[in-house]
Design a protein around this ligand. Sequence first.
Ligand code: PMM
Length: 263
Amino acid sequence: MGVLNVTPDSFSDGGLWLEPAAAVEHALELVAQGADIIDVGGESTRPGALRVEPEEERARVVPVISALAAQGVTVSVDTLNASTARAAADAGAAIINDVSGGLADPGMPDAVLDTGLQYVLMHWRGRLDSADSLAVYTHTVQEVRSELSARITSLLDHGIDPAKLILDPGLGFSKTGEHNWQVLAGLHEIETLGYPVLIGASRKRFLGALLPDGAPVADRDAPTAVISALAAQAGAWAVRVHDVVSTRVALDVVRAWQAGRDD
Ligand code: PMM
């Protein structure tokens, strides 16, 4: 899954793709590089980001989604807002990627039900960042798993088809670097819930912590690609990344390695 942030303020690519034509061109480049899905976001959903009115968010993402869907690209929409999810569905999106797991907008479960789209349900405790009071766990993986499980139950009770759900443990969202590593090391526990799992590690701060002080954000693409390979090996369904080239080759290595085992 290639990231396309149509925003002025996303932390690693904010402001680069605000013009719809530039956004579409970049997305098509990501597809040519090997992305299977393009995740289009019009509001930075990173913890602590500025809020955007849903009207402004829709104005940013809908033209881009329409253009990509018309070219046969599988699009997900990264949004907390039910109205944006519905507009994205009308424009041809295939997946709603909601980092709040339906907690930010009470209208989201109905939007998922009515549109019939796939739904990425991410683990979320609120809008604060990883240094905040919400980033407190006794048994990180078990707590993330059980909180995801509670959200699944709520959505299924709402009538949503379990086949539509994709889970995401939400790296960096109310999680410190240590929590992120615990979640990654315990990925199999999340997978035992029985749903496809998406991992979003790309360029996040906990990867920067592995690099020398002051290293540019793009230097996080190598550690991101390693995580992509390890996540794939651990059974992840997809990885959400900014740099598709490095992750594509990492995933090709995993595929070749697995094929070698099957021979
Ligand atoms: N992370 C960000 C935004 N959207 N969506 C999912 N499903 N999982 C994530 O981990 C995730 C996300 C924040 O990163 P960005 O500012 O680089 O888009």
